[in-house]
Design a protein around this ligand. Structure first.
Ligand code: SIN
Length: 283
């Protein structure tokens, strides 16, 4: 196995490994690289859904996503991230990740990490970006670090409650009723969380799921969130990925955000499988 740095900011490419057949020493090497680099890219993988699930489970139990109508019908651990339509309806989440977010931060125990595997990619568009949220925290002014110490932010899946991400296209995401029905109750997590493995602090807010701050006035909370999000989303902290068929990217949801860049022309297909690893209560 060879592990080489992906960008100056973070991330690594892991080569010489078949994810359908990794021995326990290989898993440990990957776990170490995962904690060090936050985002791991594996190229040229040819794995079945079973192998994707088995490999993912080395890092923890898997989540079954709350978007039930986007799960693979034979494997509920696989979320379909896809613009394929059957009978006029998307078979998976067509708009997955269209604003910066960390997976499942709207849950009491958000996801540890996710593994997205490209089965079909569009010729144009469909890239994904990741943000290094350790770097976002580390480079905050000391005054801001002190201000956010001990603060908790409100997170919600319900995009209709979120002024920051604008009015969604109801035909693609479903109406208010769908979100009211499937969204779990709002949760509160530290604005800066400590990674349980590395002990490092990462900023843990996102435009997609963070609605406000627990204490203080909402105006002040929104100003603070705007400031933190603007700081975190600067280009120096970004890894930009143009997908190839067979790429699998595994990322840590505790110290990164990610964004689907979209821009796929009508008629081009992008079809991916995602597994989502369960995590712990952030602290
Ligand atoms: C996701 O947010 O998990 C999907 C990202 C993408 O489709 O690029």
């Amino acid at each position: 196995m060879k592990i080489s740095q992906l960008t100056e900011a973070f991330g690594a490419v892991v080569s010489g490994v078949d994810l359908g057949n990794v021995d326990p020493e290989g898993v440990e090497e990957i776990r170490e690289a995962f904690h060090k680099h936050q985002v791991l890219l594996f190229r040229d993988q040819e794995i079945s859904m079973e192998q994707h699930i088995v490999f993912s489970k080395n890092f923890g139990p898997l989540e079954v996503h709350i978007s039930k109508d986007s799960l693979h019908k034979d494997h509920e651990e696989i979320l379909l991230v896809s613009n394929v339509k059957e009978n006029g309806k998307y078979i998976g989440v067509e708009n997955a990740g269209d604003s910066w977010h960390s997976d499942l931060s709207y849950m009491p125990e958000p996801s540890l990490g996710s593994l997205l595997y490209a089965l079909e990619v569009s010729e144009v568009g469909g890239d994904t970006e990741w943000l290094n949220m350790y770097a976002a925290y580390d480079t905050l002014p000391q005054k801001t670090k002190e201000r956010i110490e001990g603060l908790k932010a409100r997170h919600s899946f319900n995009r209709y409650k979120n002024k920051r991400i604008g009015v969604p296209d109801q035909r693609k995401v479903g109406g208010k009723e769908r979100y009211a029905k499937i969204s779990p109750p709002d949760v509160f997590h530290p604005v800066a969380r400590t990674h349980p493995e590395t002990g490092r602090k990462a900023l843990y807010v996102s435009p997609r799921f963070t609605l406000g701050i627990l204490d203080g006035s909402d105006d002040e909370a929104q100003d603070l969130l705007d400031e933190l999000i603007e700081h975190a989303t600067q280009r120096d902290f970004v890894y930009h990925h143009s997908w190839k068929v067979g790429d699998l990217i595994m990322w840590d949801n505790r110290n990164t955000l990610h964004l689907a860049c979209r821009g796929i022309p009508e008629g081009q297909i992008r079809h991916m499988h995602r597994t989502t690893i369960s995590g712990d209560v952030p602290f």
